[in-house]
Design a protein around this ligand. Sequence first.
Ligand code: MN
Length: 752
Amino acid sequence: MTQEYSAEIEDGRDTALIQRAYRNLLKCMPAPLNKEDKHNIRAAFELAAKAHQQQRRKSGEPYILHPIEVARICVEEIGLGPTAVVCALLHDVVEDTEVTLKEIHAQFGERVALIVDGLTKLDSLHDSESPQAENLTKVLRTMLSDVRVVLIKMADRLHNLRTIKSMAHHKQIKIAAETSSIYAPLAHRLGLYKIKTEFQDICLKISHPDEYHDIAEKLAQTKRAREQYIETFKQPLQKALEEQLGSGVRIIGRPKSIYSIWNKIRTKQVDFEDIYDLFAIRIILDVPPEREKMICWQAYAVVTDFYTPIPERLKDWITNPKANGYTSLHTSVMGPQGRYVEVQIRTERMDEIAERGFAAHWKYKGIRRMRNDTDVFDNWLNQVRDTLENVGAANAVEVLINLQSDLFSDEVHVFTPKGEMRILPEGATALDFAFSIHSDVGCTCRAVRVNNRIERISYVLKNGDQIQVITDKNQRPAEDWLNFVISSKARNRIRSALKEEKRQLAALGREILERKLNNMHKCPVEENADMLAKWYGYHNRLEFFSAIALEQVDMSGLKSFRPDGQRLVEIEGEKAPIPHENEPKPADGNLPAKPLKHQVNKADVFINGEPGTYYAYSFATCCNPVQGDPIFAYVTANKEGVKIHRTTCPNAPFLLANYEYRVMKAEWGATVKADFIAAILVTGIDAGPGVIQQITDRISGLGINIRSFSITGEGGYFEGRISLVVANTHQLNQAILALKSFKFVANVSRME
Ligand code: MN
């Protein structure tokens, strides 16, 4: 009885909660809805609410709150309209409930059905090498017919991240890795800056919690001082701008995201203190579209009347917008107290596009067309379409990796001999340029003329270069071309050309082998090829056949092959080593290592909640986990079984994002005396010959063994790499702290 009663109360509470969320969604729709839209949204809500009725999210909330919130994000944070709201409400219905796509088509029509289909994950997840990648390729394909698919997907991901706390930790790191390698760059490319920043911050919080909280705390501590400074900086500007431009002016301090600070600290090797006083402000002007450019430059003139500009920091993204549609005028000036301040000048329209990307871009589309105002989004979509078409049925991981390189990069602007502008990713070479013209031009590219000087095809493009391609019909793509092209189009074309060549070569090699086997042993190629390939040390028969055609294989060794027992005998002399596939390389190769077996009692790692001994697990050598480190288990593709990685392993984001289904949860068991290898990096001032002795003494004094120690010094500085044998992270931290206490030591860190 009591149970039923409380269930009823809960039901009542849920209903109120759901109704409130739905009303709130309707309230945030900007324009008054027409009758049809109103009806469709209501119908979608009712259908979804009914279909998800029995489901709850991990947090315990009724499931329907998720699609409602996704719809709200679509409207308020991305700027989408009623159709997107209908689709967002329905986005999980086909995947998770009884409702079929057919029913959705019947009730809401073709367009909604198409979008919802694009949002529905692939059915046969387990058949695929990399479901995440294939899932994304599907999204991208559908995006080409309706870009709202990918925008709703972004909203879905954003809400899942915002509520990620209720997920298990190992799932959190999976989702974070996938988000930072796929969704964040995609958001960047779609111009969704705000969402990209939030993605990155949440991911950082999950993958590097200590560093995240450290920066967040320091930001909070310095908040007041920074705000005061910005106030002083902008006071004279506000008045002068309003007077001289006669238009509305907003000046806002622009807080840097925790991720961007973290990234700077890491890539530039500086401390928080060195960057926290890099101030940034944004001046936003309310002007009609036709006067935008002129007014922005006038504002620039006003700013530089008050503060001295740094000329090389001036960037005019108004005349030449970025490939993702971003327009703005950037500069840096010297502010009060001799501090640099970054200044962005833009209009309200530019600001909205910069913050909300694609959807906002649509809103302004057609308002005006400036010279040079090619549709950047259309360009990008064409690029994606091109990539997808050219890889055909090839594997999705490759598509993804290639797209990622385009997604991440900034760009370089160059010109054809006729003065046409081409935008390529930063770091692109003359060969990328040739492929961007046409794939035949790329494949036969022999040299280039850059600003009238002959250069090699590996020449790295600079902004403003004018380039003419010199072709030669006898030229063929070569393997090493892959080392210096970076655009996905060029990579894909070169790969498929090479593959075709390899296939022809392999066919020839196969024929040669067939003849030999026939003459020597009278046995068929088919049954023996794999065994022979392995024996000779090749990955697969294709490579083996190619090597035969290239005369790289010593065929005389075939004599010792005995066809009768299906078993091969050893060739005299050294057997070629069989290279391992998929094994991440150690991040640092210079540690001379005495062999040391992990002596962990095998039950001490739990994999998926079961004793690790059920799995043939071992510790990954790329990150050398130590008892106490956050870890996960990864099922390798070869026969090496399960590997334990640290969650901060440099290979982790790639593994998690692309082989998510091979990842399992791993935890440390009870403490047992065990030996782990951990590498640390010590830098400092070279205080003379006693340094090594002092360091080794201090560590040995803690009862910790040193496995190897190498030290290099230059100009009074030294850098030491110490490989330790420790029992757990506690002991490791002890060693790090002990070394930090030396006066001559500047920094001690664990090597990833
Ligand atoms: Mn969802």
